[in-house]
Write a protein that binds this ligand. Structure first.
Ligand code: SF4
Length: 297
C-alpha cells in the first residue's frame, strides 16, 4: 500500500483565501464581478473562478459598466489605481490583504519622515510583482528594488538605507541581502554603525513558517509532487527549496502533468504546494495519484 499524504501546512495563504471567498460569495449572489489582474497565480483556480463568472481585466479596462464591480487582489494596488477608479466612478471591492495594507502604510510613513538627501529606501522584491508595484506607488516610485545580490551595486553607498521586503520573498535570501547591503555600505561615506538605519523583514509570517514545515515534509516522503502555477514566484521558491532537500521533487500545475514513471515502485508520496495553491487542488492531485498508483499494483 502506497502512503499518499497532503502537506498539512500547504494551501492558500490567509490573504488569498479571503479574496477568493469574497469573489465566490459575490458571484454566487449573481453580482457582475471583474478581477483586476489574476486574483491568484494559479491557472486552474483562475479557470474555476472564470466558470463562476469572474472576468479578469487589466488597468486599461477598468471602466466597467455598473452594476459591475472591480475586485482588487490580495497583493494590493498603488494609490494611482484608487484615483483611476474614482475618476471612472467605478465601484471597487478592496481585497488587499491586511498585512500588505499595513506594509504599504509603513512605507508611506517612513517615506514621509526620512531625510531624502542622506537616506534611501530599498525594497527586496521583484520589480514586476504586483505587490511591489503597489509598494512603490506608496512612495511615488522613489525606492530602489533589489532582487539579486548583483542589484546591491545600484544602491548609493553614501546614503543610509531603510530596507523592507515584499511579503512573499524568501526569509533566508532577505538575510543574505541584508548582509550584502551592510558590507556594501562600508565602502561609502556613511557611518558604518548607522548605515543600515532600519532593516525590517516584512516577509509574511505565513511565508516564514512555510519553509521549516516544508523541510520536514520534504524529507519524510520518497517523492514530492509540488503543485503550483509556473508564474507564482512563491511557488518557484518553495519548489526549489523542496528539491534541494529531496531531489525526487516534481513541479506540476495539476493532475494533468503527472507522470507514471515518478510514482512507479514508490512507497510514500508527499503532495505540497505554494501559498497560491488551494487545499482542493492538492486533494484532487492526491486522488489522481491514488488512482494511478493502484493501477500500478
Ligand atoms: S503571503 Fe501573507 S501578506 Fe501576502 S497575501 Fe498571503 S497572507 Fe497576505
Amino acid at each position: 500500500m502506497v502512503k499518499i499524504v497532503v502537506d498539512p501546512g500547504a494551501g492558500f495563504c490567509f490573504g488569498v483565501d479571503e479574496v477568493i471567498r469574497t469573489a465566490e460569495s459575490l458571484l454566487k449572489k449573481g453580482e457582475q464581478l471583474y478581477g483586476l489582474g489574476e486574483m491568484v497565480h494559479n491557472a486552474e483556480e483562475m479557470k474555476r473562478l472564470g466558470t463562476l463568472g469572474l472576468r479578469t481585466i487589466d488597468h486599461s479596462r477598468m471602466n466597467v459598466k455598473k452594476p459591475g464591480k472591480v475586485l482588487f487582489r490580495a497583493h494590493g494596488e498603488p494609490p494611482s489605481t484608487y484615483r483611476l477608479a474614482k475618476e471612472l466612478g467605478v465601484d471597487i471591492i478592496d481585497g488587499t490583504c491586511p498585512i500588505v495594507a499595513r506594509l504599504q502604510k509603513k512605507l508611506n510613513r517612513v517615506y514621509d519622515i526620512m531625510d531624502h538627501d542622506s537616506e534611501q529606501l530599498v525594497i527586496f522584491g521583484k520589480p514586476d510583482h504586483p505587490e511591489t508595484i503597489g509598494l512603490l506607488g506608496q512612495v511615488g516610485g522613489h525606492a530602489l528594488v533589489v532582487t539579486t545580490m548583483d542589484d546591491i551595486k545600484k544602491i548609493d553607498p553614501d546614503k543610509n538605507v531603510f530596507l523592507f521586503s515584499q511579503t512573499t520573498m524568501d526569509p533566508d535570501q532577505f538575510r543574505e541581502m541584508e548582509r550584502g547591503i551592510k558590507a556594501f555600505l562600508k565602502k561609502g561615506k556613511v557611518d558604518r554603525k548607522t548605515a543600515l538605519i532600519r532593516s525590517d523583514c516584512t516577509i509574511c509570517g505565513q511565508m516564514k513558517k512555510r519553509k521549516p514545515g516544508l523541510a520536514t515534509f520534504a524529507r519524510k516522503y520518497e517523492v514530492i509532487l509540488f503543485v503550483s502555477g509556473r508564474n507564482s514566484s512563491n511557488g518557484k521558491m518553495l519548489y526549489q527549496f523542496c528539491r534541494s532537500l529531496n531531489p525526487d521533487t516534481h513541479w506540476i500545475s495539476g493532475s494533468d502533468d503527472l507522470e507514471l514513471a515518478w510514482l512507479e515502485g514508490r512507497r510514500s508520496i508527499g503532495i505540497s504546494g505554494a501559498t497560491s495553491t488551494s487545499r482542493e487542488q492538492l486533494e484532487s492531485v492526491a486522488s489522481q495519484v491514488r488512482m494511478l498508483t493502484s493501477s500500478l499494483q
